[in-house]
Design a protein around this ligand. Sequence first.
Ligand SMILES: Nc1ncnc2c1ncn2[C@@H]1O[C@H](COP(=O)(O)OP(=O)(O)OP(=O)(O)O)[C@@H](O)[C@H]1O
Length: 183
Amino acid sequence: MSVILITGTPGTGKTTVSKLLSQKLSIPLVAVNDLVEEKHLYHGYDPEKGYKEVDMEDLCHELETIIINFQKDGLIIEGHLAHFLENSDLIDCVVVLRARPDILIKRLSKRNWPESKVNENVEAEALDICTFEAVENHVNKVNEVDTTDLEVEDVVDLIIKIVNGEKHIPPGDVNFLEYMYKS
Ligand SMILES: Nc1ncnc2c1ncn2[C@@H]1O[C@H](COP(=O)(O)OP(=O)(O)OP(=O)(O)O)[C@@H](O)[C@H]1O
């Protein structure tokens, strides 16, 4: 069974998509944010950025342990830090969810985030940051799914095709750079 990483800028739909994917594939789901909280895998909290300062070495060690114990049943690991897991031999498929910046702004603006935090994430999405980071660790296993005009169910069905080897969507086609200058 496959070990699947679902990553992407906050607001691209990782949690929503992964929950439905886990149900449809009947394989367990690990939410990185929940794991960080439960195992206290962070040094502290950056009030300015509104983020926990995650201990990446401890997080990656924890994820490797979980994968080694669960990989025979298949596993979905979801979170915007998931792709930092360096041991790509443990991973079968990486999916980077993408969302056009104007859509992402609408989604993130529903949260009580400071405007600076929304803008930081939207700029990261416009600059393909998550995709570049994922390719760095998992070069040939990365797929990029632009969720902008897709319903959650359509995103999940597409990911199932990718997991089953029926489709591969290599990074490169998604280009939101123009939105850097619009916003
Ligand atoms: N394909 C989609 N079409 C429309 N709305 C979507 C889609 N995917 C997710 N959403 C909506 O976007 C919002 C953010 O989704 P979600 O919380 O799953 O994102 P996330 O990437 O997990 O964010 P975070 O990393 O902050 O947890 C939610 O309101 C969700 O319902």
